[in-house]
Each structure stands twice: as C-alpha cells, then as structure tokens.
Design a protein around this ligand. Structure first.
Ligand code: DGL
Length: 254
C-alpha cells in the first residue's frame, strides 16, 4: 500500500500521475485540510503534522510514503527520513532543471508557497541553475484557497491567478514551474491568462508530478515493494482531518 499526503486536495494531482504508472497498487491518501494551508505555517508545526500523518499511514499499512506537498517536502522530509530510516519517502521537487533546459527567453517563473520559496532545500536547488538562468518567483497568492473551494476556473480564479502570474511574465518568463501540488488544478486557468495577456509568447507550464511518479516506481522496484504487493483488487482509501466533501468531489472528478 502506498501512502500519500498533502495539506489538502493538492496531492491528488500527484496521485493522478502515480496511479497511471502504478495502477495495480492500493493507496491511502490523507488530506490535512483542517490545517490547510501549510504555506504560511511554522516549520515546527509542519514537521509535527508530517510526523503524525506518517504514523497514521504506517499504522494503516503504508509501506512507502509520497510527501505530495512541496511545502512539507521542503520543510519536513529530512526529519521524516531521519526518524523513520526503514521507510522510503518520496518528495516533491520544483522542476527547475527541465524548465532551465526548456526556456527560450532564459527566464523561468516559479510559483510556490512562502514556506517552499524560503526553505533551505529550495534555495540550494535553485542555486544550481541560477548562473545560467534567471529565476523569477512569486507566491501563488490565494491559489490553494481556490483549489480547496473547487473554484479553479472562471472570472475570480483568473483574477487571482493573474495577480501572481503577471509579475513572472512581465519579468520575461516563458516557462512556469508549478512548485505547489495544488497549482496543477489551475493549469488551464494559468495557460489561459498567459495566452490572453502575452499572446505573442509561447508559455509552457510544468507540473513535476509525472517525474515524481516515475521516480516512485523506480524506488519501489529497487526496494522490491512491487513484488511484495498482494495480488488482490487494488483499493483507494481517502482520509481527511476536516470536511471530506471537496476531497471526495475532486477524487471523483479525476
Ligand atoms: N500543496 C502544498 C504544496 O505543495 C501545500 C499548499 C499549502 O497548504 O499551502 O506546497
């Protein structure tokens, strides 16, 4: 059983990709929506939540855990790996590398939470590409709230997206990295706003989830976790710390 967690429904954008490459597996997904968003919370708080959720997922039978949240990965994955050395944790990484290879303007834009953008992990990662590429950043202000309320398209969503996206496009970005797992649910709106405001520029939006799914499969092979999976009908269990309505609705839509 694969355990997946996020502060809310965002991690379902990762689950969607994981399930494409590992359709035979059973899953348990935990949405910590009672504590969402994580973006502006303290490091201690996020580590504490990550630890408690890990305990729960292990208790329910998870054999590997996907930290389907950039903020929790940036802040807590190191502690989780130290405290649970027998368990493999697969985390998120903003897709700066492919973006740096892809950009034509030499400017890439990263959208993420405050927690991710200020983390040591992110700053180190970004440092590797800063010499060859200009990296513009912006917090996706209000993005998580839009996704958690199911409002991913329409006038309000476009206005909220534009406020954080336009500074990146104005800085010359032609490649937008989605550094928060909630943001892929706004991909279409992001592309629409970019096309309307910068019609002459070809803007690519990168979601790191397919690369994470591929990596998970490789690690499971390496750890012989694929073979160890019982051949019974795959199941999906959804858990949440708050109201589960939006989690169930988003899951059904996927
Ligand atoms: N989906 C999460 C991330 O990838 C967390 C967003 C939030 O709770 O602020 O960063």
């Amino acid at each position: 059983m694969i355990g997946i967690f996020d502060s809310g429904v965002g991690g379902l954008s990762v689950f969607r990709e994981v399930r494409k490459v590992l359709p035979e597996e059973s899953y348990i997904y935990y949405s910590d929506n009672a504590n969402c968003p994580y973006g502006g919370k303290s490091k201690e708080f996020i580590i504490d939540r990550a630890r408690k959720i890990t305990e729960l997922l292990l208790e329910k039978g998870a054999r590997i855990i996907v930290v389907a949240c950039n903020t929790a990965t940036a802040v807590a994955i190191k502690t989780l790996r130290e405290e649970y050395p027998a368990i493999r944790f697969i985390g998120m990484e903003p897709a700066i590398k492919p973006a740096a290879q892809m950009t034509q303007t030499g400017v890439i834009g990263v959208l993420a939470t405050a927690g991710t953008l200020s983390s040591e992990k992110y700053l180190n990662h970004k440092g590797k590409y800063a010499a060859e590429t200009t990296i513009a950043e912006h917090i996706g202000e209000g993005f998580v709230e839009l996704v958690e309320s199911g409002n991913t398209a329409g006038h309000d969503a476009e206005r909220t997206v534009a406020a954080s996206l336009l500074p990146l496009l104005e800085a010359g970005a032609d490649t937008i990295v989605l550094g928060c797992t909630h943001y892929p649910f706004l991909s279409e709106t992001i592309s629409k706003v970019a096309k309307e405001r910068f019609p002459e520029r070809k803007v690519t939006v990168i979601d790191p989830a397919p690369a994470v799914a591929k990596h998970l499969k490789e690690v499971m092979k390496e750890e012989a976790l694929l073979e160890a999976t019982p051949k019974e009908a795959p199941s999906v269990t959804l858990l949440s710390s708050g109201d589960s309505t939006i989690l169930e609705q988003t899951f059904q839509r996927l």
